[in-house]
Design a binder for this molecule. Structure first.
Ligand code: ADP
Ligand code: ADP
Ligand code: ZN
Length: 210
């Protein structure tokens, strides 16, 4: 099963990806996570990506495409994969289509209206150690500000502040939303309502994926 997750920042892609990846035993590949790992390890890629991410802008296509291309040839992607946060531009989608044997089966769009996004994003907290995502209101950890899985203190992503979220939303509607049309025309687009509770959204996704 080769799946692409689409939806605005804060739609719940990462949250759902974690569960889908477990249920279908396919690797969860998040370009945002790859960039953040490189930033924390201070690699050349990380240093370059950080400048764009801090402003809420997209990392250039050439760089991003190369990273995904190299990731998808790894052994664990043989029986499928779940891409979260890639593609984000038509150019990236076209590149993905051109990778040998990587034709997408389903592009799953998680729909959440623009006005719900700001609350989702500014309340998001993440575990810097294991990557688990929480929300201060909608999905709080059992102990305040501590990761349920590894007890590490949670942090707020630097790009989850209001001003940057607004920039990211503009980028989304301008550059990424057109991908829905792109995948619709090739017949692989499926849509779920992302405004419902996390477990209800997950059930809907399972019924769509079959
Ligand atoms: P994305 O990867 O699409 O940016 P996340 O999965 O990180 O989105 O979710 C964004 C924020 O919204 C997180 O704080 C998450 O806990 C919360 N969230 C995810 N799904 C839902 C939902 N269905 N209802 C309410 N909050 C949600
Ligand atoms: P979110 O969870 O809010 O959807 P991500 O973690 O997917 O955010 O991405 C964070 C940032 O990483 C983006 O704002 C962008 O700067 C960069 N990024 C991630 N994926 C891509 C991509 N496919 N193309 C370009 N930039 C990307
Ligand atoms: Zn953790």
């Amino acid at each position: 099963m080769k799946i692409v997750l689409l939806g605005p920042p804060g739609a719940g892609k990462g949250t759902q990806a974690e569960q889908i990846s477990k249920s279908y035993s396919i690797p969860h590949i998040s370009t945002g996570d790859i960039f953040r790992k490189n930033i924390s390890e201070r690699t050349e890629l990380g240093i370059e990506a950080k400048g764009y991410m801090d402003k809420g802008l997209l990392v250039p296509d050439e760089l991003t495409i190369e990273i995904v291309k190299n990731r998808l040839v790894e052994d664990d992607c043989k029986n499928g994969f779940l891409l979260d946060g890639f593609p984000r531009t038509v150019k990236q989608a076209e590149a993905l289509d051109s990778f040998q044997g990587k034709k997408i089966d389903i592009a799953l769009l998680i729909e959440v209206p623009r006005e719900s996004i700001l609350d989702r994003m500014t309340g998001r907290r993440v575990c810097p150690a294991c990557g688990t995502t929480y929300h201060i209101k909608f999905n709080p950890p059992k102990i305040e500000n501590k990761c349920d899985k590894c007890s590490t203190a949670l942090i707020q992503r630097k790009d989850d502040v209001e001003e940057t979220v607004k920039a990211r939303l503009d980028v989304y509607y301008e550059q990424t939303e057109p991908l829905a049309k792109y995948y619709k025309s090739s017949g692989v687009l499926r849509t779920v309502d992302g405004t419902k509770d996390i477990d209800i959204v997950f059930k809907e996704i399972i019924s769509v994926l079959g």
